[in-house]
Design a protein around this ligand. Sequence first.
Ligand code: SF4
Length: 380
Amino acid sequence: MAKYYIKTFGCQANKAESQRQQTYFESRGLRLAPNWQQASEIFINTCSVRKAADDRVYALLNQMQDYYHSIPRAQWPHVVISGCMNRYADRLKKRFPVVSEVLTSDDTNFQYPATRPADDPQAFIQISVGCNSYCTYCVVPYARGPERSRDFDTIIGEVEQAVREGHHEITLLGQNVNSWGLEKVQTARRKQIFGSLSQLPANADQYQTFTGTSPFVQLLRAVSHIDGVDKIRFLTSNPWDFHDDLIAEVISNKKIDRYLHLPVQSGSDTVLARMNRGYTAATYERLVTKLRAGDPSIQIGTDIIVGFCGETEAEFAQTLAFVKKMHFIVAFVAMYSPRPGTVSAKIYRDDVPFAVKKRRFEILDKIINRDQLASRPKIV
Ligand code: SF4
């Protein structure tokens, strides 16, 4: 019997996509191979968020290319590459002849439902793909294309199906999850500031005063009204799109997990401007203050990039002071590495030496993930 193998790198969205791919393989009668050497169809779902992520994929492809070197080509498996490394399609096929196909962002396949582990209470439901935010360091808008929201009824149908299968904790996924349904508005306002990266837009705060109920809040309410849904999480939120109605919903809707992941990336306004994040440190702080004032049990985790292009000691000191003040429960700290094709790789210099990035990484990691954690009262 023909066998398949799936290797997934990176984020939860990739994992959800791989679960749908598994259903596709199974629907064609293939069975899971214990390793890639025994598979006739291989699906590699890639991540390109940092150079180290690229390197892990290259290492696997090198291994595969070596392995098949002495095997007649007619016996090679069908190897499909998906995910954020799709923008290297030509290079990958040239360097690794074992690669048969590279899927584009248009190939995102929602027609197959996900195959989820039966004993996992969680179901990851992708509600959008792509991103219109164009943070200068990020490959997603190029690799995954512009933001496309899946339609309301399809999402609700998938949640209901997941509940019927015994998954009572729902995680809604999107590269910029809380802008679901707003891509047209978002494109217009991003265009307004894009190209002016030397300073934050004068109107950086206006997006915190969104009027009306945002589509994402309406979706959260609908999901929480489904019988059998016990807990709702959502990943990943851009603080820029975290409007007051979402704050109110998180505070009042106790099915929403009290842990929120809210990437800040830097505590320095000048760095945030170069990153095109569209908010200031003060805006971010106000957002978190409102959340905590509404429910003190809310815990915030974050992502931070150290050593972004031109990051001075003074700018890093601002980030340091900021994280001390914010009491994050956890932070995924990363050292900046330029990603080919992104705006930061094109217009800035990666001029912070590796040793400096490493020192800044260690300082933040120690403060947030060890010292603060140890001294923080346990919240139940
Ligand atoms: S919001 Fe920024 S960091 Fe997140 S996926 Fe979009 S461009 Fe990348």
